[in-house]
Design a protein around this ligand. Structure first.
Ligand SMILES: Nc1ncnc2c1ncn2[C@@H]1O[C@H](COP(=O)(O)OP(=O)(O)O)[C@@H](O)[C@H]1O
Ligand SMILES: [Mg+2]
Length: 950
């Protein structure tokens, strides 16, 4: 707990045991909470008390906005002083008595003068005529005042002769001028006395004497002025916890922290209010009172202006405020200055023109809350119109005001503003906001601008699509196209909408429907050729129609001859890249696509639909080149936010690609994290295709991790949604099935490798082929093994990963044939190449096989290194071994991670005790694990296990 300062001031212990009553705390009120978050300030006050106690007195001012905790801090100080034997002379200025001269001083001293000794009565006769009715008058008011100040000082001095004195006045901003001067006078003279003068006042109140005193105190080296800052979030959390007697819920804490902005009084009031379960609703009375008390002191002009500032919110530029409040510049600026001095309003100076805001969110709420509904609407409508007229930026500023302006806003303009604001919200991914605006626009458009309705339906469809509600999106698009056709919408626009429909159908897995829609619209030029071509292109890719793909890519490549826009140039490089890839030239493809991505980066937000496919393709190409770092960099998931609006699966695709890339890099844990995200995304945006694809990929990774049951479950689920027509699905499902069958030692379950994709998800495809190779070797099918080597070799001269995998595959096949020397050479090449590219797991597979062909000592080292890689990835070394030996891994499934850590150590000749020590396990645990290993592998002795793993 962090109540009061530790160290210099030493009260915390006592403080906590005996909380001090604060101000006029009522009987039966809840226990006061400990002081929070004021350690430094308390230390200053405690030091001053200590100093005064030893004869070095002085003056101390504490100021800040209402409710910040001035009185509370002072109360702590008063308590401390009392504990130290001080005589406390305390009073408070009362706003209702601010006309009475010296009222707080009289109040403070009265009790002390009533003391039986009657000391001081003589001197204070002027202040207390009832005590000394015969006090002589000097006739000179100034001189009389000096004498009176001297008298009060003399009384103070006399009191201080017995015990040190703390003279404390609260709320001095409400005091008369005389009180302030007198206080200052005593403070100035207290330097050599055991007297501390402490005064609290509210900042921002126009009190001339007080301002002068504060300025003088700031200059005076012995005087101190403490300006209390808002409580930190941490202190607020602590305070809320104390108030509730338990740690607050995150929701409640957030509600309090964000609204109270560190004002202690608001924290207390809001916590009590919200703890009753009302998370919204009217402001607590105390808060309203604090604010309105200040507002009520304003003149009519300021008050009106304050309301306008409250309504304008973040857009309080003078031009707007002046227009809405109907004030000329000089009057406006004078009023703004006065408001700023009250601290109800603060001036912000960012950018060219300053703007004004209500100083505290709860002030704004309170002031706003006092306005009637129709007043609010009129003001909002006026602010919206003023923003519109000032041309300050865009509809982003005026739209919320038009929305709050209700029926006061001209409907036709509202349609424009809301449509525009909705589209802007859409591009930044604020879908809820976008829907609100589109619906508001639609409501008015139906009455005043029916021709705008179809486009608004399209907008709403995009939101639904972005939310993954593909069915709703399709219905809205359908409605838009039908209505548009009926209303004679421009043909180009209609065509663009049909393209969106086509894309949506493709996304929903209705590839046929998508192709029909896309074909029906033709490929004639229209307003957004890159977009249109991209849609054709994505569909072509999905359908793996290579002829169509080539055609569209060619058109993309030629775009700049008719369109000289950055987007067109990026799209052109994309087209060129695809053409190169189709022509079997991955090096050129990689270069073109890298350039395309860079160009797309320069298009700003205009080209997400171009950048996304570039990222996908580039990731695959980078991975098969063995450039895993680039593969990870380009698959930037953050970049997909804007694309998701019309391609909701975008994030899911990239997460899946990242997962496969991480698999290549030997980081199965991260790979699975990406896939968990991908699966969640697939479920969020719906669509069997996506879900099937992600589940299949996860099944593969789970199998590689030795979680065969999890893999099986994912594969079953993926198959349920599997549509063999969709080739990108086929690869993922077959990869999982193959890996699982290899791990289970069930060659009969391995799906046959029919034609491979020359294009598509190349990294997945590459794995699919490699694992088919493992399976062929596994079942001793030399011809199939050779065929797969050939497929891997055909992947192109620049694709280093498939080339290395071809070596691995050919090496495994050579072992089958008993050609040990050839096998050793090939496996060594494969291992070195894969390791060099950081393709760790596949390299480890090659190394384990190679070790088998080497002399003992060399083999042990290599096995150890490879096993370490596999163990670090959570993968088991045995599938590879099982593959080569044609030996099933055992009925009970693969070894657990622990088991696969222990087994190789037996192979290295370690005793159970040594293994236990190395893995921080007990010997008994190691024994149990080994028993399971024997059972799973069908082995009977330590020697046979050692031979098995070697
Ligand atoms: N540092 C603090 N720790 C705990 N409670 C505080 C703290 N500061 C203020 N409070 C509580 O907040 C409320 C308002 O504080 P108060 O001292 O009356 O404000 P001010 O005098 O500045 O207007 C009181 O209930 C007070 O007990
Ligand atoms: Mg106070």
């Amino acid at each position: 707990m962090n109540t009061v300062a530790a160290g210099r001031a030493d009260p915390p212990q006592d403080e906590r045991r005996r909380p001090r009553p604060v101000g006029g705390r009522q009987r039966g009120a809840a226990l006061p909470v400990p002081l929070v978050g004021r350690a430094a300030e308390y230390a200053v006050l405690a030091d001053a008390v200590t100093a005064a106690g030893s004869g070095r007195g002085g003056g101390l001012l504490v100021c800040g906005p209402p409710g910040i905790g001035k009185s509370r801090l002072a109360a702590e100080t008063v308590g401390l002083a009392r504990d130290k034997g001080f005589t406390v002379v305390e009073g408070r200025a009362d706003p209702l008595l601010s006309g009475l001269a010296y009222a707080p001083i009289v109040q403070a001293f009265r009790d002390h003068l009533r003391a039986p000794s009657g000391e001081g009565i003589e001197e204070l006769g002027v202040l207390f005529p009832d005590l000394r009715p015969d006090a002589p008058s000097t006739g000179d008011p100034a001189l009389q005042r000096t004498r009176m100040y001297e008298s009060v000082l003399a009384v103070t001095r006399r009191l201080a002769a017995r015990n040190p004195v703390l003279l404390f006045l609260d709320d001095v901003h409400c005091a008369d001028r005389g009180t302030v001067e007198l206080l200052y006078y005593i403070g100035r003279n207290a330097g050599e006395l055991p007297v501390l003068v402490l005064a609290c006042f509210r900042s921002g109140v126009a009190n001339e004497a007080l301002t002068a005193m504060a300025a003088a105190t700031r200059r005076d080296p012995t005087g101190r002025l403490l300006e209390l800052a808002p409580l930190t979030d941490r202190a607020v959390r602590e305070l809320v916890g104390h108030l509730l007697g338990a740690p607050p819920s995150p929701a409640l804490l957030r509600a309090v922290t964000s609204r109270a902005s560190g004002i202690a009084l608001f924290v207390v009031a809001l916590t009590r209010h919200l703890a009753t379960g009302r998370m919204s609703g009217p402001l607590p009375e105390v808060i309203r009172d604090v604010v309105l008390e200040q507002v009520n002191q304003l003149g009519e002009t300021e008050r009106r202006l304050l309301e306008v500032v409250a309504v304008a919110g973040v857009h309080g530029r003078p031009a707007v405020l002046g227009t809405v409040a109907g004030l000329d510049d000089p009057v406006l600026h004078a009023a703004l200055r006065r408001l700023a001095r009250t601290r109800l309003v603060v001036e912000h100076r960012s950018g060219a023109e300053p703007h004004y805001r209500i100083a505290h969110p709860l002030y704004a709420e309170a002031i706003y809350g006092e306005l009637g509904i129709s007043e609010r609407r009129s003001l909002h409508a006026a602010v919206g119109a003023a923003l519109d007229a000032s041309g300050a930026g865009s509809t982003v500023a005026s739209a919320p005001h038009y929305a709050a302006g209700g029926d006061r806003v001209p409907a036709a303009r509202a349609v424009e503003v809301f449509s525009d604001a909705g589209r802007r919200a859409l591009t930044v991914g604020e879908l809820d906001e976008a829907v609100d605006y589109f619906l508001a626009a639609l409501r008015r458009a139906r009455e005043v601008r029916p021709e705008a309705v179809p486009a608004l339906l399209v907008d709403l469809a995009r939101v639904e699509q972005g939310r993954g509600r593909l069915g709703e999106a399709a219905a809205l698009l359908d409605g838009a196209v039908t209505l548009g056709a009926r209303r004679g919408e421009e043909p180009e626009r209609l065509r663009a909408w049909r393209h969106l429909q086509a894309l949506l159908e493709a996304e929903r897995g209705n590839v046929r429907a998508a192709v029909d829609l896309a074909r029906a619209t033709g490929r004639r030029p229209d307003r957004d050729p890159p977009m249109r071509l991209m849609i054709h292109w994505i569909i072509a890719l999905r359908e793996v129609d290579l002829a169509e793909l080539a055609l569209v890519s060619k058109e993309l490549a030629e775009l700049p001859s008719t369109h000289d826009t950055p987007t067109a140039h990026a799209a052109a490089r994309l087209g060129a890249g695809v053409l190169a890839a189709l022509a079997g030239d991955p090096a050129t493809a990689f270069a073109e696509l890298s350039e395309a991505l860079e160009l797309a980066g320069r298009c700003g937000g205009d080209a997400p639909h171009v950048a996304f496919p570039i990222r996908m393709l580039l990731n695959g190409l980078a991975v098969v080149r063995g450039d895993l770092a680039t593969g990870i960099r380009v698959a930037d998931v953050e970049s997909t936010a804007p694309v998701r609006l019309w391609l909701p699966g975008a994030t899911c695709y990239l997460e899946t690609m990242l997962a496969t890339t991480r698999y290549y890099a030997g980081d199965l844990a991260t790979a699975l994290t990406h896939l968990d995200h991908a699966v969640a995304e697939a479920r969020r945006v719906g669509g069997d295709r996506l879900e099937s694809r992600t589940l299949a990929t996860r099944s593969f990774l789970r199998a590689e991790r030795g979680d065969l049951d999890g893999a099986e479950a994912d594969l079953t689920a993926a198959r349920r949604r599997y549509d063999p027509e969709q080739i990108d699905l086929k690869d993922a499902v077959e990869l999982a099935a193959t890996a699982l069958a290899v791990r289970r030692g069930a060659p009969a379950d391995v799906p046959p490798l029919t034609g491979t994709l020359p294009f598509g998800d190349v990294q997945l495809n590459c794995l699919r082929t490699a694992f088919a190779g493992y399976a062929a070797v596994h079942s001793g099918d030399e011809d199939e093994a050779d065929r797969i080597t050939g497929l891997l070799r055909a992947s192109g001269h620049d694709a280093a990963v498939p080339a290395a995998l071809a070596d691995l595959q050919q090496g495994l096949t050579a072992i089958l044939r008993g050609a040990r020397a050839e096998a050793g050479r090939l496996l060594r090449d494969a291992a070195i190449a894969l390791r060099g590219m950081g393709v760790k797991l596949l390299a480890a597979h090659a190394e384990l096989e190679l070790a088998e062909l080497l002399p003992r000592a060399e083999a042990a080292e290599l096995t150890g290194a490879a096993t370490a890689v596999l163990a670090a990835a959570g993968s088991s070394p045995f599938p590879a071994r099982a593959t080569r030996r044609g030996r099933p891994i055992g009925k009970a499934g693969a070894l657990t991670r622990r088991e696969s850590e222990i087994a190789p150590l037996v192979g290295q000749g370690l005793s159970n005790a040594e293994i236990a020590a190395r893995l921080f396990l007990s010997e008994r645990t190691v024994e149990t694990h080994l028993r399971n290993v024997y059972r799973k592998l069908g082995l009977r002795s330590r020697v046979s296990l050692a031979r098995w793993v070697r």
